[in-house]
Design a binder for this molecule. Structure first.
Ligand code: ZN
Length: 432
């Protein structure tokens, strides 16, 4: 299997099965409810793990929770820990509702501070970092290859975190002295304070996997400075860190006024799930290549819902024969997914399987992406079935106005009655 890596700017072959394939995907900074864009690396990581396991890999996904960060202090002065705990609970609840399962590890920065302090001490002792009045900065000039990930020349790197006391404007903070208004702080050799964002991820990744692992993921907006700095920190202490860097494209169209009639201005994952349902959200992501930006809005959600309906309707039809005897066409799916995990091609293949009536393969393929629910025919509750049975009797007795009234009553309960040739002469379909 091959995946595109930002570091090498080309497709990289994964190791032979069973690997291991250890994946660290940067998770949310928890200061508000996650928006639909935050869900993309989560969905990508969970799908990739499922596919790698299907292909015989020992695949593990770790997805961190950044619960110490300037954004949290700014959003809730004096009660940042409370907000971080609440927003963490929201994130776990909302991503769980996607129905893809959960990552193997969800480390929190607040639980990793002793390891972070040890790592920073190593950087200071080896001359890659220096303390200044309670802060500690990484000495970018000590890394001749700095800029390797974002492809910036080391002598032309953008300034980070302005502070006149730094040796070099490019240097970035590993540890920040406690400031008024920051309600959380930890002890360190440099005084009370808290870690910088980049060192949190270097340490959480290495605590999970050790000094080298296969894949690091996250949004394209994290390449610089976040991932550039993570890599520099770990290389500075002699660790190889991640071999392959996956950066998903950003979700666009979310900053305009009233970007969506259906959602108002609330593009939280929660609101999108509640308004459109998890299957529509997953089909929206499935239809876009993970590396490409994608525009979000009502029109793409309407398209995704039409696809969900197409699959659901297919499975409502009578089977021509015994599905159990059908071969699973795994190699057809592998041809598109093993080449840079091309999910839009996989989605096109699922529609082709629908046309070819490959029931078993389609059921299997959709389930891999958390869409098995589209293949399950939901049974109507008994009171709706009873209405449908009365409607059939009314039709048999040519009482069409009573039959129409019962159809409306069934619709009001959220079901559609369809007349079919096979007994009992109708089928009940849950309305989207
Ligand atoms: Zn990170």
């Amino acid at each position: 299997m091959r995946l595109y890596s930002t570091l090498s700017r080309r497709l990289e072959e994964l190791p032979e099965q069973p690997g291991p394939i250890r994946m660290y995907f940067c998770g949310p900074t928890v200061y508000q409810r996650a928006h639909i864009g935050n869900a993309r690396p989560f969905v990508l990581g969970m799908w990739l793990r499922a596919w790698l396991r299907q292909r015989g890999y020992d695949a593990t996904l770790v997805h961190n929770i950044t619960d110490i960060n300037d954004k949290i202090y700014d959003a809730a002065p004096g009660r940042s820990a409370e907000l971080a705990a609440q927003a963490t609970a929201w994130y776990l609840e909302d991503t769980d509702d996607l129905g893809l399962g959960m990552p193997d590890g969800l480390p929190k920065a607040t639980e990793s501070v002793p390891s972070i302090v040890r790592f920073i001490s190593q950087l200071v002792d080896s001359g890659h970092a220096y303390p200044v009045e309670g802060d500690v900065y990484f000495r970018v000039g000590s890394d001749p290859g700095y800029g390797r990930l974002s492809r910036q020349r080391p002598d032309q790197v953008e300034e980070q975190e302005p502070n006149p006391l730094k040796e070099d404007p490019r240097d970035f903070a590993l540890w920040k002295a406690n400031k008024p208004g920051e309600d959380t702080a930890w002890d360190s050799p440099w005084g009370k304070g808290r870690p910088g964002w980049h060192i949190e991820c270097s340490v959480m990744a290495e605590d999970a996997f050790g000094p080298v692992f296969e894949i690091h993921g996250g949004g394209l907006d994290l390449v610089f400075p976040h991932h550039e700095n993570e890599l520099a920190q770990s290389l500075a202490v002699g660790h190889a860190f991640a071999r392959l860097w996956m950066h998903n494209g950003m979700i666009g169209g979310m900053d305009g006024e009233k970007m969506s009639k259906s959602l108002g201005n609330d593009v939280s994952l929660r609101n999108v799930l509640d308004t459109w349902g998890r299957e529509v959200v997953l089909l929206f992501f499935l239809g876009a290549h993970w590396r490409k930006p994608v525009e979000f809005g009502d029109d793409v959600l309407v398209q995704a819902r039409a696809q969900a309906d197409a699959f659901r309707n297919f499975f409502l039809d009578e089977r021509p024969g015994d599905e159990a005897g059908e071969a699973i066409l795994e190699e057809e799916l592998a041809a598109v997914l093993d080449e840079d995990f091309n999910t839009p091609e996989a989605l096109a293949l699922f529609h082709a399987w629908r046309d070819r009536e490959e029931w078993a393969s389609l059921r299997w393929g959709l389930a891999l992406f958390g869409l098995g629910s589209l293949t399950e025919v939901e049974q109507a509750p008994s009171e709706v079935s009873a209405l449908a049975e009365r409607r059939r009797e009314a039709r048999d007795g040519k009482d069409f106005s009573e039959a129409d009234r019962l159809r409306d009553e069934i619709a009001a309960a959220g079901w559609e009655v369809r007349d079919v040739a096979e007994p009992p002469g109708y089928r009940l379909v849950r309305q989207a």
